[in-house]
Design a binder for this molecule. Structure first.
Ligand code: PLP
Length: 354
């Protein structure tokens, strides 16, 4: 039986995407060859890459607005360095809202000068800082829209004259935003749009070419733009599955449609966390993530019972990250409202039994 997969990433993908991906590994669209044994320069794969790139811009409503979509390798973690390499000349600001922001800031400081504009480290990142001052003259301001580990999400983005760079690894394509406010967006595919192995980068072209340093070809966004994301061999399978996932999302009605479901899922779990005396939430209420709900038991003695119950119900991937403890329910686009219902039922069953 297929489990209810609450894994934080790599994570659940739509069942029909899995089916199509499996078929393409055996034979791509009746061509007598597998997706993973053809040249990335073949017309079949070039069409896949083009579609993956254009779907990304279309879903984000960024077509014809000076943006390029790239599928790169090295994960979101390489973007921590690549962003700085391409954009950091004098100083850049970083909003430190968790482990990933912290790592991004550290990488920036290897390359140049990264400034922490605000941090929520004082409370183990259980909230999003507000009311901070953004210094003048930044090359860019770096944000992490959703903090996968801590379960917080930026609801209101800061206003700044500096170009906005955002790590959207764990909430891209999950909610409607004015994406044209951002100058560069990046996201590792494995949280909300595909398997591990490729990273989507959306970059406004006029942002590039302003730093004085020499940039190695593979780290230079311009290289990848000029070669349509085919400078070297792309991650053909992850790009293909990302394309399928974006097509799935488009057929569903795009971000507006999925956002509605994601809000229902989040409401369902958070109301259980708030109403059930056996559980408490980790993140500050106003900053709660619709993607990753972090919570714990109020009485640790119930741990073994609860763990046995959710495993029995076919739930997978509920353990919290080691830096937070407790539980984390990751509810990415492909996770159904029904799966969240199963978890909520287990939580209320525990209350009845305890
Ligand atoms: C998972 C994650 C990363 C790291 O992604 P990799 O692809 O493993 O490098 C970075 N930022 C956020 C917000 C994440 O959730």
């Amino acid at each position: 039986m297929k489990k209810h997969n609450f894994s934080a990433g790599p994570c659940i993908l739509p069942a029909e995407v899995m089916q199509k991906a499996a078929e393409a590994v055996l034979e791509l669209d009746g061509i007598g060859l597998s997706l993973i044994e053809i040249s990335h320069r073949s017309k079949e794969f070039v069409a896949v890459m083009e579609k993956a790139r254009s779907l990304a811009l279309e879903l984000l409503n960024l077509e014809g607005k000076g943006y390029q979509a790239l599928y790169l390798q090295g994960g979101a973690s390489l973007q921590f360095a690549m962003v700085a390499y391409n954009l950091l000349e004098n100083k850049a600001g970083y909003l430190n809202t968790g482990t990933w922001s912290d790592k991004a800031l550290k990488e920036a400081n290897i390359i140049g000068s990264g400034i922490e504009v605000a941090s929520s480290k004082d409370k183990n990142y259980n909230y999003i800082p507000k009311g901070y001052t953004i210094p003048e003259g930044l090359d860019y301001l770096h944000l992490t829209s959703n903090n996968t580990i801590f379960g917080t999400q930026i609801k209101e983005f800061p206003k700044s004259d500096a170009p906005l760079v955002c790590d959207m690894s764990s909430d891209i394509f999950s909610r409607q935003l004015d994406f044209s406010k951002f100058d560069l967006i990046y996201a590792g595919a494995q949280k909300n749009m595909g398997p591990a192995g490729t990273t989507l980068v959306i970059v406004k072209e006029d942002l590039l070419g302003k730093v004085s340093r020499k940039i190695p070809s593979m780290l230079n966004y311009k290289t990848h733009i000029s070669k349509d994301s085919m400078f070297n061999t792309p991650a053909v399978f992850p790009v293909y599955v990302s394309m399928l996932t974006l097509q799935w999302l488009k057929d569903l009605g795009g971000i507006d449609a999925i956002e509605e479901v994601n809000e229902k899922k989040a409401k369902l779990i958070y109301s259980e966390i708030d109403l059930n005396p056996l559980f408490k939430g980790f993140a500050a209420k106003e900053d709660r993530s619709n993607m990753n709900a972090t919570f714990s038991l109020t009485d640790e003695k119930l741990k073994d019972t609860f763990d046995a119950m959710w495993k029995e119900a076919g739930i997978n991937g509920l353990n919290g990250h080691r830096s937070v403890g407790g539980y984390r329910a990751s509810m990415y686009n492909a996770l159904t409202l029904e799966s969240v219902g199963v978890l909520v039922d287990v939580m209320s069953d525990l209350e009845r039994k305890a």
